[in-house]
Design a protein around this ligand. Structure first.
Ligand SMILES: NC(=O)c1ccc[n+]([C@@H]2O[C@H](COP(=O)([O-])OP(=O)(O)OC[C@H]3O[C@@H](n4cnc5c(N)ncnc54)[C@H](OP(=O)(O)O)[C@@H]3O)[C@@H](O)[C@H]2O)c1
Length: 184
């Protein structure tokens, strides 16, 4: 195992983590709590609130925890909620975008638009809303949780919408720093 690395975050930095009730979002929250100084974690969940035991665990590691329940498929509401949060609480310094939906829709011949859109939305619409709300805000760290399926497409057979959503994230990762030079 490689040695743990500190996160490139100032003491007390605020990090937005989407999909925080999920396994990957929680793993990131724990890692940031352990390997940065007194972070403020803004954890967004969707239908399932953050379990209180998880919040206590993060706080016991020195993190401050705030939570928001958001449907990332709603771009306007998510942009508004994140903008309001920054105006009332303070700036966001890092983003972990770990929200996503498993894709059980199967091959394209069996898909309708809804079965595709619901899988695309949390990753794509969610990131658009985050970008809207954080434009002009310098960020120290941005992580977009994609999939190794981008490199091993056979592993994602029958998951066309999931593959498309992650391919979009892969491209966005390259483009965000060009759209926000010196900031993202
Ligand atoms: N787990 C892995 O092994 C793995 C491997 C490679 C990549 N990844 C990537 O990491 C992402 C997260 O994985 P995971 O295992 O943590 O998945 P997970 O446990 O299913 O968590 C995903 C979270 O995203 C939230 N979400 C879904 N739709 C949303 C929406 N419209 N608005 C807001 N939040 C929404 C879910 O909340 P609700 O349940 O409340 O809807 C859920 O808590 C995956 O999408 C994948 O791209 C995971």
């Amino acid at each position: 195992m490689p040695a743990a690395q500190p996160w490139p975050l100032a003491k007390g930095a605020t990090v937005l983590i989407t999909g925080a009730a999920g396994g990957v979002g929680h793993a990131f929250a724990l890692d940031i709590a352990r390997y940065s100084q007194a972070p403020h974690l803004l954890l967004t969940t969707h239908r399932t609130p953050l379990p209180p035991a998880r919040q206590r665990e993060l706080e016991s590691l020195g993190a401050t925890v705030s939570t928001l329940m958001l449907d990332l498929a709603d771009e306007a509401a998510t942009t508004a909620a994140l903008t309001h949060w920054q105006h009332t609480v303070g700036p966001i310094h890092g983003v972990i975008h770990a929200a996503g939906l498993a894709d059980y829709g199967g091959i394209m011949a069996r898909r309708d638009a809804a079965s595709i859109d619901t899988v695309l939305a949390p990753k794509i619409v969610g990131l658009c809303a985050i970008e809207n709300a954080l434009a002009g805000q310098p960020l120290d760290a941005v992580v977009l949780c994609s999939t190794l399926g981008s490199f091993l497409p056979a592993a994602k057979f029958g998951q066309a919408a999931y593959s498309a959503a992650n391919a979009w994230l892969d491209t966005a990762a390259a483009q965000l720093s060009q759209r926000h030079p010196g900031e993202w």
